[in-house]
Design a protein around this ligand. Structure first.
Ligand SMILES: O=C(O)CCC(=O)C(=O)O
Ligand SMILES: [Fe+2]
Length: 349
């Protein structure tokens, strides 16, 4: 993967899609897309409602994704995040490169972190903020103006952590695990120490969207992801087997006003012993609109091992996975990408 440099192809003024950004049609069309209005619809769940636990449980089992409303994140804050992210990506490339992600580091500006796994380039750029407190990377680009950007992102991280804690609690309750049991598994109690990553994604308009991909298909590695997407621009798609048995299709999740998209990540699949499925998703690009998204990914504290929760084994199930910390899991993913979950499966008894 060539490093980003000043002679890097400028996606924002492109009139064609170069070979290095052209993906094989067999990859882009590995599954048909669900037609408008066709197929199962993604649940929209008011997470402040008393019915949230059972609805979330059902959604995590059958889709691995749902829309959350009633989350309490002010629309103004979401607008501020979008505005600040747009300002950041609108800076000249040389300025953004000043804050480029350095080898071995997570935070900073650059190609989508997934790029390492693919021979072709994706039609997007990103800015990663690992741990809300480590916002100093932004200081490199905006010596004078970074404080507004940092204030907004810090505020957003804080709010996201609160929502993630609430969601995790509801998800665990839907598995029959209460707060005390979750605490014993090192989860809810340690949320203050939880590791978190905020990934800002920018998908410039693309002159030939049918040839390119904004973000290639993947699952998220953490416990859960809270995704904000620009209003009015489609891009996010999930892979879904209709009715659990029917055909597998790419289903578009249009942005719904005020709603956030919640993804089950690989660690939650491990924790739930496969009751919840981490959702495979991707982002397609548009010829007409420049789309942004902000993915907040939360995982356990650095040293906490995640394995299937023991209470789930009481009904005679065997644990499917061995326990791993998030960094250990990321290490395995760095080698095996899509096959990482397979590698940590225990031998069948
Ligand atoms: O932009 C999107 O809709 C998806 C982003 C995403 O999957 C990610 O950042 O992990
Ligand atoms: Fe993702």
């Amino acid at each position: 993967m060539p490093a980003l440099s000043l002679d890097h192809f400028d996606l924002y003024s492109a009139h064609h899609v170069p070979e290095s950004y052209t993906w094989p049609s067999s990859y882009l069309h590995d599954h048909p897309s669900a037609g408008e209005g066709g197929g199962d619809s993604i649940p929209i769940i008011d997470i402040s409602s008393p019915t949230a636990v059972s609805l979330i449980g059902a959604a995590c089992r059958s889709f691995g994704v749902f829309y959350a409303t009633g989350h309490g994140v002010p629309v103004d804050l979401l607008d501020d995040v979008e505005y600040q992210a747009r300002r950041l990506f609108a800076l000249p490339l040389h300025q953004k490169l000043d804050t480029a992600r350095r080898p071995g580091f997570i935070s900073g500006y650059g190609r989508p972190p997934l790029s390492a796994f693919f021979p072709k380039l994706m039609w997007s750029e990103g800015f990663t903020i690992a741990g809300g407190h480590r916002l100093d990377v932004a200081g490199d680009i905006w010596p004078l103006e970074q404080s507004v950007f940092c204030d907004v992102m810090k505020k957003y991280n804080k709010k996201m952590k609160e929502v993630a804690g609430k969601l995790l609690n509801l998800m665990l309750l839907s598995l029959g695990i209460d707060e005390e049991e979750a605490g014993r598994a090192g989860l809810i109690k340690d949320l203050q120490q939880a590791m978190e990553v905020l990934q800002l994604n920018s998908y410039p308009t693309c002159p030939e969207p049918e040839k390119a991909i904004g973000m290639a298909a993947h699952t998220d590695s953490g416990l859960l992801t809270i995704l904000y997407q620009s209003r009015g621009v489609n891009g996010l798609q999930i892979l879904h087997k209709e009715g659990g048995l029917g055909p597998t299709r790419w289903v578009t999740l249009p942005p719904l006003p005020g709603a956030l998209v919640i993804h089950v990540g690989d660690l939650l699949q491990i924790l739930s012993n496969d009751q919840f499925k981490s959702v495979r998703h991707r982002a397609v690009v548009s010829q007409a609109e420049h789309r942004l998204s902000a993915a907040y990914i939360i995982g356990p504290p650095e040293h906490v091992k995640m394995g299937p929760i023991s209470k789930l084994m009481q009904s005679g199930q065997n644990p499917i996975y061995r326990s791993v910390t998030w960094p250990e899991y990321l290490e395995i993913r760095a080698q095996l990408f899509d096959k990482a979950l397979e590698l940590i499966k225990l031998p069948i008894k």
